[in-house]
Ligand binder design. Structure first.
Ligand SMILES: Nc1ncnc2c1ncn2[C@@H]1O[C@H](COP(=O)(O)OP(=O)(O)O)[C@@H](O)[C@H]1O
Ligand SMILES: [Mg+2]
Length: 399
């Protein structure tokens, strides 16, 4: 099948650091690809380039003529005063402007205007489209269209941005971490939506189950290169291990050989230099390979472990309600060392409240929270971290 996107030799640096070097790859029409890599590798940078927000240092890419691209950025930014309505219907096509006008007519409660817009919607056969838009908005729980976007939480803003991209119904969807701020129901819905959508997809995700349900190929960014895997996440892990073993062996071989050749280089009298030029060239090539770093195999984020006493955290009969709304009801739990727990629940069911109780930021109405003496919390709040811009990165992270 013909490619919808073709990338030819893209290279990009930030300052002295090269993020990727001469990437070549393509996306076939209808392909659903995940882009994965450790944080800070350059995924967002690559997507910014492909979406035309950033110009690469070298190389180019082509998107087939007539293909419309929709891009969900990792951190959407809105201008002051922009309403949810304007943000969601920011696309430029005719259907979108028609539905935007229809929706604002509804908001205005002006009966004459509404009647006129209904006529226009009839004429343009826009009701199916309006239906799909409604579905996207209701699934992503975006109800108040008149609200200024800047008043929304980071997660809500990201959902508005996702809605805006989906409403455009582009042919090529580029999504940077689309599920980070979605609850489980929304993720389920998005899985299904993307699954039956005909659009070609390139997305960054850290959610392996979402990845497996939606994608049929995986691109991994590593060592400034891109590796493609035609399979699911388990297949990727298996093949990645093979790739790394192979590469490590190559480096190991080069290092052994280099020791011999280094001896020869050291012994070589200046006069013989021209005769053995091929061998000298080969020596430098070998040196390049041998000086590469061997890689560790695991693919997961690094987790620092602090030494802990045996007691971590005990909850006894903890309850908490807000305005008569019981969020946590007589909850007891003993957390043990090394446990990894996910908390599931709909938006508004009290997940953040529970975390605030665990970390001592909030007192329960009833019950006891008993934390081990050596316990240190790392707490990344839903709204992110409020950064003091005058501080250096190192100051912030060591606080
Ligand atoms: N505008 C920028 N200016 C300078 N450095 C940047 C900029 N954007 C990203 N970087 C750096 O490039 C690296 C890759 O960033 P990014 O593309 O966001 O990675 P990822 O999305 O894989 O986490 C990081 O080290 C980041 O600090
Ligand atoms: Mg990123």
């Amino acid at each position: 099948m013909a490619n919808i996107l073709s990338v030819e030799g893209l290279t990009h640096h930030w300052g002295d650091i090269r993020l990727f070097d001469s990437l070549y790859f393509g996306l076939e029409e209808g392909e659903k690809a995940a882009l994965i890599a450790r944080n800070g590798t350059g995924k967002t940078t690559l997507l910014n380039i492909l979406a035309g927000k950033l110009v690469a240092d070298e190389g180019y890419f082509t998107i087939r003529k007539g293909i419309r691209t929709g891009y969900l950025t990792q951190l959407p930014v809105y201008s002051a005063g922009q309403s949810v309505m304007e943000a969601v219907f920011s696309g430029e096509n005719e259907m979108i402007s028609l539905v935007r006008s229809y929706e604002s007519a509804l908001e205005s409660h002006d009966q004459a205007l509404i009647a006129k817009m209904i006529e226009k919607m009839d004429a343009a056969n826009a009701w199916d489209y309006e239906n799909r838009v409604k579905q996207v908005l209701s699934q992503l729980k975006i109800s108040r269209l008149d609200q200024p976007v800047e008043q929304l939480s980071g997660g809500q803003q990201k959902r508005v941005a996702l809605a805006a991209v989906l409403v455009e119904e582009p042919d090529l969807l580029i999504l940077d971490e689309p599920t980070n701020h979605l609850d489980i129901e929304m993720v389920d819905w998005l899985e299904e939506y993307l699954g039956r959508n005909k659009a070609t997809l390139l997305m960054v995700t850290h959610d392996r189950y979402f990845l497996d349900r939606v994608c049929n190929s995986i691109f991994e960014m590593d060592n400034e290169s891109l590796y493609k895997y035609n399979g699911n996440y388990s297949y990727f892990l298996e093949k990645r291990e093979e790739r790394i073993n192979q590469r490590n062996q190559e480096i190991e071989r080069a290092r052994n050989l280099l020791r011999k050749e280094q001896d020869w280089m050291n012994r070589m009298p200046q006069a013989r230099a021209t005769k053995a030029k091929y061998r000298i060239d080969a020596f430098y090539e070998l040196k390049d390979v041998a000086e590469q770093k061997t890689e560790e195999e695991g693919f997961s984020l690094d987790i620092k472990t602090t030494r802990l006493g045996s007691k971590v955290l005990n909850l006894e009969g903890v309850s908490k309600s807000f305005d008569g709304n019981m969020l946590v009801d007589d909850f007891s739990y003993k957390f043990v060392k090394g446990e990894r727990i996910g908390i599931l629940g709909k938006n508004g069911s009290g997940k953040s409240t529970l975390l605030n109780i665990l970390t001592g930021a909030l007192n329960p109405d009833k019950g006891v929270v008993d934390a081990g003496e050596t316990l240190v919390f790392g707490y990344y709040r839903q709204e992110g971290i409020q950064l003091d811009e005058s501080k250096k990165v190192i100051e912030v992270i060591t606080e």
